[in-house]
Ligand binder design. Structure first.
Ligand SMILES: Nc1ncnc2c1ncn2[C@@H]1O[C@H](COP(=O)(O)OP(=O)(O)OP(=O)(O)O)[C@@H](O)[C@H]1O
Length: 317
């Protein structure tokens, strides 16, 4: 029995189609990522799975329970950490934990084994109001609250958005520990480095699933020769690379431009360097690079675009 199963789920808000015909299966004990930019439909899917929102069409189950028929059962087996506002800001750390424990008729002590690692980090701040915690500590408290009733399935909606890099690392380490304890985790993130830490991910865009696969398979699926290109000035670099005759796609990628070529060119580095130097660019460096999940995502987005008079425009940043 899958831990989570979505079959042809659709949901619209008025005329906005937030989720369109989504089908997904998450296996028990899996660490599964929902990856997509703002507005891709991640929160809507979580709210449907957490039984807080009814889909317009399709069916969904969590731990074998139907989200409509068996919603009470699901609330006992799911831990849901919404993206925002999951804590009572005026209650202390201790009071928030006691509150969530009371809702599920349990105590922190009863489930201490599961939350110990997180609780020990929170303990020095137990009398501090949640509203006065750092972003990273707030996320840890929210996770602790979501775990208080020993859920089988954790639903985490962008748990690390707005959290500093060190706290993000710690948070993902904690997810690894929870997974080792057999908990199924469905986590959404807009960060591609976090996508790479999932066992499988669904790439979402405007309410649709573009692809579901392992991070390694997504990287391997990238079909073009790919280069990271640097030069002193980024904006004209992007413009000139898009005008290069062999270009398939080109977009900003951190401090470089990622350029894919429509066909292999054994001399690509030399040809591109000569081309860019001829256009007046300085400090040019062209390096072949392996594709990341983000490159595959960008490629899938490009394939989604309708016929475009400017075929080398990036679909999104
Ligand atoms: N209550 C609502 N009323 C109207 N439109 C909504 C509502 N909630 C979400 N939407 C729209 O539905 C689409 C999907 O939103 P959703 O919040 O599910 O996406 P998301 O991937 O979680 O993005 P975000 O991180 O911005 O929340 C977006 O176009 C959003 O503007």
């Amino acid at each position: 029995m899958p831990a989570v199963e979505l079959t042809n789920i659709s949901k619209a808000y008025g005329t906005t189609a937030a989720v369109r015909d989504v089908s997904l299966t998450v296996e028990p004990g899996e660490l599964f990522g929902l990856i997509g930019p703002d507005g891709a439909g991640k929160t809507t899917l979580f709210r449907i799975l957490a039984t807080l929102l009814l889909a317009d069409a399709g069916t969904a189950t969590v731990a074998g329970h139907d989200v409509v028929r068996d919603f009470r059962a699901i609330r006992n087996v799911v831990g849901y950490m919404p993206g925002r506002f999951s804590l009572y800001q005026d209650l202390t750390v201790q009071e928030n934990l006691a509150f969530f424990a009371a809702v599920f008729r349990t105590t922190v002590q009863e489930n201490y084994e599961l939350v110990r690692d997180i609780y020990e980090q929170l303990a020095p701040f137990k009398d501090r109001r949640a509203g006065a915690l750092s972003g990273g500590m707030k996320q840890k408290l929210a996770l602790c609250c979501a775990l208080i009733h020993k859920p089988e399935v954790l639903l985490l909606d962008e748990p690390t958005t707005g959290v500093d890099a060190v706290s993000r690392q710690e948070f993902w380490h904690m997810l690894g520990t929870l997974k080792a304890k057999g908990i199924t985790i469905v986590v959404s993130t807009p960060y591609m480095d976090e996508a790479a830490r999932c066992e499988r991910v669904a790439l979402l865009q405007t309410g649709q699933v573009l692809r579901v696969d392992t991070p390694a398979a997504l990287r391997a699926a990238y079909p073009w020769p790919l280069y990271a290109v640097r030069a002193a000035r980024m904006h004209p670099l992007l413009q000139d690379l898009r005008a290069y005759p062999g270009t398939h796609s080109c977009y900003a990628f951190g401090e470089t431009a990622h350029l894919s070529l429509a066909r292999p060119d054994a001399e690509a580095t030399a040809h591109l360097t000569a081309y860019l130097t001829g256009k007046g660019h300085r400090d040019v460096a062209v390096t072949p690079v392996p594709a990341t999940i983000e490159d595959t995502f960008m490629e899938l987005l490009t394939q989604q675009q309708p016929a475009n008079p400017e075929p080398h425009e990036p679909a999104a940043q």
